[in-house]
Design a protein around this ligand. Structure first.
Ligand SMILES: [Fe+2]
Ligand SMILES: [Fe+2]
Length: 425
C-alpha cells in the first residue's frame, strides 16, 4: 500500500488539477509500502508525479524480487533544507530499524563516516576520501550541491545501528526538476558491511605493519649510525697508534683528510665518495704498526734492507684492512696498499703506472707528500708553503697524476687556508 491513507480515502485523487478518476497505483504498489513522501500528494506537476509514481512502482517490483539491492528515492529542495524519502525499500528500514518516515533522520543522525572512492588513471590508483560525522555535518550542503552538479552519488556510508556498524554503498542518479523546484535522487544501496570490515581490518594490519616497519627502520638506522661511529672510533685509534710510532701526529692526519677533500670534487669525486675519502685517508700508514720500532724510529739514514722493510708497511696495512665489508674499509685498504705508487711507475710495492693506481691513492700521495714537506720533523725543518707547492708542480707526471696536481694548483687558496688554520704538531 504505497499510496497514502489520504489517497485511499480519496478515490478521485487530484494530481495538480488533473482529476484522476481511477486509482493510479497498481496493486503491487499498494501492497508493498506505505507512501510517506510529499510529491504525489503535493502541489507538483502531473508529469513529475507520473514519473515518480512509475519509478516507485519499478522499485517496489525490484524489491519484491528479493535482490540484495535496496532501492530508494530521496528528494530535497534545490535551495536546501532536509532530505525526505519518496520511497525507501523495506530492507533499508529493516537494516536501520526505522520506519519510512524516520529513514531520513536515521540516516542523517546515525552516520559515522562517508567514504568516496576516486579512481586515478595516471598513475593508476584509488583515492579514498573519508569524511567523519562532524565534517559531513559541516559539508552537508556542499556535498549535496556536488552531487547535483555531478549528476550522481557514489559513496559508502558507515552507520551506527544500536552500537553495531552498518556499511551501505550508495549509487544514485540525480534529477533536477526545475519547474517543480525539486531534486530527486534515484538510488540503490547495498549492504557492504562484511567487505568494509575486511577493508578496515586490512587497513589496521597495514598500519600496524607500517608502524613496525618504521620502528625497525629507525632502529636499524640508529644501530648503523652507532656501528659506523664505533667502527670509525676503532679505526681512528688504530690509525693514531700507527702514526705516533712513526712520529706522525694527529694534526698530520687531520690536515691530510682536509687537503684530500679539497681536491676530491675537482678530481670528479661525488660528495659521498669524498666523505669516504675523508675517513679512509688517515689509515694510509696503518701498516706501520707491523714495523719494528728500531727501524721506524731510527735516527739517521736507513740501510737498503731497512728501507725494504719499511716498504712492507703498504702490504701490512692492506692485510690489516682486508676483508672489510664496508666501502670505507675497501677504500682504506686500496689507499694503504698503493699510496706510495707513482704516476711514472717508480713507486712501490707493485710499481703500478698512471691510472692503474686508484684515484683515491693518487690524491692521497700528493697531499701526503705536501704535508710531509710543510711539516717540521726531528730530522728536518718545515718547507715554506710556496716551495712545497713548487715541489708538487715539479713532480707532476713524475710522481703524481697531472690532473691531481692541476686540481691542487687550482685549489691553492683553499689548501692554504687548511695549512694556516690546522695547527702544526
Ligand atoms: Fe706510507
Ligand atoms: Fe702520512
Amino acid at each position: 500500500m504505497l499510496c497514502c491513507n489520504a489517497f485511499e480515502d480519496t478515490p478521485h485523487f487530484c494530481l495538480n488539477r488533473v482529476v484522476m478518476t481511477t486509482n493510479p497505483f497498481p496493486p503491487l504498489f499498494e501492497n508493498r509500502a506505505k507512501y510517506t513522501g510529499k510529491i504525489l500528494t503535493g502541489p507538483y506537476s502531473p508529469s513529475l508525479k507520473k514519473k515518480l509514481f512509475a519509478s516507485i512502482s519499478h522499485f517496489a517490483a525490484l524489491e519484491k524480487a528479493r535482490t540484495p539491492i535496496i532501492p530508494y528515492i530521496a528528494a530535497w529542495l534545490p535551495d536546501g533544507g532536509h532530505i525526505w524519502y519518496e520511497y525507501a525499500g523495506a530492507r533499508l528500514q529493516e537494516l536501520l530499524g526505522f520506519h519510512t518516515t524516520e529513514v531520513a533522520s536515521a540516516l542523517r543522525d546515525n552516520i559515522l563516516t562517508r567514504c568516496l572512492y576516486r579512481i586515478q588513471r595516471n598513475p593508476p590508483a584509488i583515492d579514498k576520501i573519508v569524511r567523519d560525522k562532524a565534517q559531513i555535518e559541516r559539508l552537508r550542503e556542499a556535498i549535496r550541491r556536488m552531487a547535483e552538479r555531478g549528476g550522481g552519488v557514489d559513496a559508502v556510508y558507515k552507520f551506527d545501528v544500536n552500537g553495531s556498524p552498518l556499511w551501505l554503498k550508495d549509487l544514485a542518479r540525480i534529477e533536477i526538476h526545475g519547474r517543480d523546484r525539486i531534486v530527486l535522487s534515484y538510488g540503490t544501496m547495498i549492504d557492504v558491511t562484511k567487505e568494509m570490515q575486511l577493508e578496515e581490518t586490512l587497513v589496521e594490519v597495514k598500519g600496524e605493519l607500517e608502524f613496525h616497519k618504521e620502528n625497525l627502520e629507525s632502529l636499524v638506522e640508529e644501530r648503523t649510525r652507532e656501528l659506523k661511529k664505533s667502527q670509525l672510533d676503532v679505526l681512528a685509534r688504530l690509525t693514531q697508534a700507527a702514526a705516533f710510532r712513526d712520529g706522525d701526529t694527529g694534526a698530520h692526519l687531520k690536515r691530510l683528510s682536509l687537503y684530500c677533500t679539497v681536491l676530491g670534487p675537482s678530481c670528479g669525486l661525488s660528495r659521498n665518495a669524498n666523505d669516504v675519502l675523508f675517513h679512509a685517508v688517515p689509515m694510509h700508514d696503518v701498516g706501520k704498526l707491523g714495523i719494528a720500532d728500531s727501524i721506524l724510529q731510527k735516527q739517521g739514514p736507513l740501510s737498503t734492507d731497512e728501507f725494504e722493510i719499511i716498504k712492507t708497511h703498504c702490504q701490512l696495512g692492506s692485510d690489516l684492512l682486508s676483508e672489510g665489508k664496508s666501502n670505507l674499509l675497501q677504500v682504506a685498504q686500496a689507499i694503504a696498499l698503493t699510496h706510495h705508487e707513482r704516476w711514472d711507475g717508480s713507486g712501490y710495492p707493485q710499481g703500478l703506472v698512471s691510472r692503474q693506481i686508484p684515484l683515491a691513492s693518487r690524491i692521497t700521495s700528493v697531499c701526503d707528500v705536501f704535508d710531509a714537506l710543510t711539516s717540521e720533523r726531528p730530522y728536518k725543518k718545515a718547507w715554506h708553503f710556496e716551495d712545497a707547492v713548487d715541489e708538487i708542480r715539479r713532480l707532476r707526471e713524475k710522481h703524481f697524476d697531472p690532473t691531481v696536481v692541476d686540481a691542487f694548483v687550482k685549489n691553492i687558496p683553499r689548501i692554504k687556508k687548511v695549512y694556516l688554520e690546522t695547527p702544526q704538531g
